[in-house]
Design a protein around this ligand. Structure first.
Ligand SMILES: C[S@@+](CC[C@H](N)C(=O)[O-])C[C@H]1O[C@@H](n2cnc3c(N)ncnc32)[C@H](O)[C@@H]1O
Length: 267
């Protein structure tokens, strides 16, 4: 099947999952037409779910896709019986779109690092405080960027804890970006700046410290970008997610709920 071959590489897993749902639907529909059976909508949907889950297993989708694939069509049928107004679905879709945006492609959803990670980051900063930059005035001691800054918590915490730096964020999802922007403006964090955009068009040569808490998917590409752009003597930090075949120079174990680890590379 073409979807298992080279074309699959171009499709994100969510696209593959959707195609497999269509394939399962088409197969069940053909079976029903051929046999002349008339299953109830729920039985029809359960058959679609079983086939979609089996296809997903064969297509080597991550294991957590299997229950989603299994329950997707039956859940659709059950939801329709509840007679919920279509506007509710539209509103839910728009909110989810604004929060998760291109996650189906980037495979980097929004989840937040803990306060303990924020505090552990402070220990990696230059130990001396320098005069400039306090309150956002004068030249900052160092420039830090959070790639995919989410709700801006990392930036505002560090901005307060180490006022001698300037903290930048880049965020692609509209609602988290807006949240972070308002948090900075309303909180008066003059040494923090966030912009709506992509990690991939950020010039990393501008920063002394680059922090990323993303997912395993972009790490290899991000490492290549960091190697190409970051200046010698600067620091690249990934929370939790390793770079394939690039052991970190230093690790910091954080005693939080997720047992996060900060992986540190000196460029
Ligand atoms: C796991 S969250 C981390 C949030 C925050 N840095 C923290 O530590 O709490 C990853 C964030 O990266 C954003 N993101 C994913 N891909 C991105 C891209 N290409 N450009 C900018 N932001 C991206 C997501 O929208 C999400 O908000």
């Amino acid at each position: 099947m073409w979807i298992f071959g080279s074309s699959r590489k171009k499709l994100p897993p969510a696209g593959v999952a959707l195609l497999l749902q269509f394939a399962a639907f088409a197969l069940v529909l053909s079976g029903v037409r051929l046999t002349g059976l008339q299953p109830s909508p729920l039985v029809f949907a359960v058959l679609c779910g079983l086939l979609a889950a089996a296809f997903s297993h064969l297509a080597v989708l991550a294991r957590w896709w299997l229950p989603i694939q299994l329950l997707f069509a039956p859940a659709l049928v059950l939801m329709l019986t509840l007679n919920i107004h279509p506007d509710v679905f539209l509103a839910a879709f728009l909110i989810l779109l604004a929060v998760y945006w291109s996650t189906f492609r980037s495979q980097v959803p929004l989840y937040l690092s803990s306060n303990k990670v924020w505090r552990a980051l402070e220990t990696l900063f230059p130990s001396h405080a320098c005069g400039g930059g306090v309150g956002g005035e004068g030249k900052p001691c160092f420039r830090f960027i959070d790639l995919g800054s989410g709700l801006g918590g990392v930036l505002t915490h560090l901005g307060r804890a180490r006022p001698d730096g300037h903290y930048f964020g880049v965020e692609s999802a509209p609602l988290p970006f807006l949240w972070g922007w308002l948090r900075i403006k309303l909180g008066g964090h003059r040494n923090c700046t966030v912009r709506w955009g992509s990690i991939w068009d950020s010039d990393l040569s501008q920063y002394d410290m680059v922090f990323a808490y993303l997912s395993p998917v972009p790490m290899e590409r991000l490492w290549r970008k960091a190697r190409a752009e970051m200046r010698p003597g600067t620091v690249f930090i990934s929370s939790t997610f390793a770079v394939p075949e690039q052991p970190p120079h230093e690790t910091v174990q954080v005693d939080d709920l997720h047992r996060s680890t900060l992986l540190v590379w000196h460029m």
